[in-house]
Design a binder for this molecule. Structure first.
Ligand code: NAD
Length: 498
């Protein structure tokens, strides 16, 4: 159907058949226990689906399928050029079902439909396609060992990969794992967040329609402490690819140590500084990006520019510009194509964010904009774009990841102080700086302890650039050819020639 406005999207949603079962060995399957949980839309607080609540029994089943599929070589042993074709067809299926997937994503976790449609779904297809296209162009190595021997350095698939992902970009985060893990020949079990399982389940079915052999990709919806933990402890899972909070990331390292020392790749939290120097080339543009850096996806972004560091001499002018741009991130109905900021994922997260706002007030920061829950009459969860000024970097709102539209403004006197404040965090995911001084741009960029640095922009990047964090933001990199390193092991083969 042609979908143009909110009423069209609402009509489309009434026609949708939403599946909430697990996808195991190419079949929709109930949890072994028969347990389910409700999938609630944050748009209006209403139930939209019943979801299978998988636990250890389902994990055992899926891992046994994944292992035997891997050992059979049906996928791992397939020529890269053939895996490429199937994954390209998979990407095409995602594109073909863009409207349906975008709608599922928005209904499930509350982001604006325009974002699901223009960013999340095409971005996911692009990631799968990029990895597919790359896989038959990556060569192994011959080591320079001289005449008497031939020394090969080859990369092999790891085996069974468990991908555990969060709710803020459900399909994108899944694709960042699936693209490289499938392209390199692994069998993958995907556990979506209990808050956003819908697109993951649908995607697995599309992958099989595209020709992916049964059991290569399976999806287990369920909770972290049941399905997630069982995957992380399972002795036949070879690799955990995780995106989520730092707290759970630390837990996964323990589970790996307690079980089989599986490889653990962690994309975790952030508290990213966005530094505005007085010599920024265009203050209005910097203010508009600063608002986007905390407004986009309701601030539920690991790289959100949640700490805004402003040079003292431009503070007043910048705050005025910032407030103007923050107004454009007022929440609206997520199915309205004009909406820029949607619903917070659920009641729990809404209460978390409001709790942080209270702590900011209590610790003495000045609330200069927003701070309230709005649109409560809808039954959904919406929070105004919120700015605290006069924040000290030691305050809770400056140190902890809020994961909502709450910005902390901190002033600094000079470059050294800006770098010191920027790096004074346990996280190291992203950082940004605004200056028209080339030397300063490079100098400060080198001193910032972050996996990504944006200069005179925010959220820049694409599939060709690795993405990941330093410090307690994690390890390893998603995207780019570097992502293949996570899902392969190096083998050295020494062949005597004489
Ligand atoms: P979360 O850590 O609560 O959950 C992430 C996933 O882990 C979910 O699927 C959850 O069910 C599962 N899980 C929870 N407890 C578990 C356990 N004990 N064992 C195994 N699995 C368990 O995170 P969230 O609230 O879903 O997502 C928000 C977090 O994700 C934020 O901290 C954000 O910064 C982070 N994030 C990071 C990136 C990145 O690339 N660095 C990207 C997006 C989100």
């Amino acid at each position: 159907m042609t979908v143009r406005n909110r009423a069209d999207w609402q009509a489309f949603s009434e026609q949708l058949t939403i599946r909430g079962q697990a996808w195991i060995n190419g079949e929709y399957t109930d949890a072994v226990s028969g347990e389910t949980f409700d999938c609630i839309s944050p748009i209006d607080g209403k139930k939209i689906a019943t979801i299978a609540s998988c636990d250890e029994a389902d994990v055992n089943c899926a891992v046994s399928v994944a292992r035997s599929v891997f050992e059979s070589g049906v996928w791992a042993g397939m020529a890269p050029k053939n895996r490429k074709q199937i994954l390209q067809a998979f990407a095409a299926k995602i594109d073909e079902h863009r409207g349906e997937l975008a709608l599922l994503e928005t209904l499930d976790m509350g982001k604006p439909i325009s974002e699901s449609l223009s960013d999340d779904i095409p971005g996911s297809a692009n990631c799968i396609r990029w990895c597919a296209e790359a896989i038959d162009k990556v060569y192994d190595e011959v080591a320079p060992v001289g005449q008497g021997s031939l020394a090969l350095v080859t990369r092999e698939a790891i085996g069974v990969v468990a991908a555990i992902v969060p709710w803020n970009f459900p399909l994108s985060m899944a694709s960042w794992k699936l693209g490289p893990a499938l392209a390199t020949g692994n069998s993958v079990i995907l556990k979506p967040s209990e808050k956003s399982p819908l697109t993951a389940i649908r995607m697995a079915e599309l992958a099989e329609e595209a020709g992916l052999p049964k059991g290569v990709l399976q999806v287990l919806p369920g909770f972290g402490h049941t399905a997630g933990k069982a995957l992380a402890l399972h002795p036949e899972v070879d690799c955990l690819a995780f995106t989520g909070s730092t707290h759970v990331a630390k837990q996964l390292m323990i589970y790996a140590g307690e079980s089989n020392m599986k490889r653990v790749w962690l994309e975790a939290g952030g508290k990213s500084p966005n530094i505005i120097f007085a010599d920024a080339p265009d203050l209005d543009k910097a203010a508009s990006y600063a608002a986007m850096a905390i407004g986009y996806n309701q601030g539920e972004v690991c790289t959100a520019g949640s700490r805004l560091l402003v040079e003292e001499s431009i503070h007043d002018e910048f705050i005025m510009l910032l407030k103007k741009h923050m107004e454009t991130w007022q929440p609206g109905h997520p199915l309205d194509p004009e909406t820029t900021s949607g619903a917070i994922v659920d009641d729990i997260q809404t209460r978390n964010v409001l709790g942080f706002i209270e702590s900011g007030k209590h610790e003495g920061a000045q609330l200069i904009m927003g701070g309230e829950r709005v649109m409560a009459e809808t039954g959904g969860y919406y929070i105004e774009p919120t700015i605290f000024d006069g924040v000290n970097n030691k305050m809770t709102i400056a140190q902890q990841e809020i994961f909502g539209p709450v910005l902390s403004v901190i002033t600094f006197k000079d470059e050294d102080e800006a770098v010191q404040i920027a790096n004074d965090t346990v996280y190291g995911l992203a950082a940004a700086l605004w200056t028209d001084n080339l030397s300063r741009a490079h100098r400060v960029s080198r001193r910032l302890r972050a996996g990504s640095v944006f200069i005179n922009n925010y959220h820049g990047g694409d599939m060709t650039m690795p993405f990941g964090g330093l410090k307690q933001s994690g390890n390893g990199r998603d995207k780019s050819l570097h992502a293949f390193e996570k899902y392969t092991e190096l083998k050295s083969t020494w062949i005597a020639l004489d």
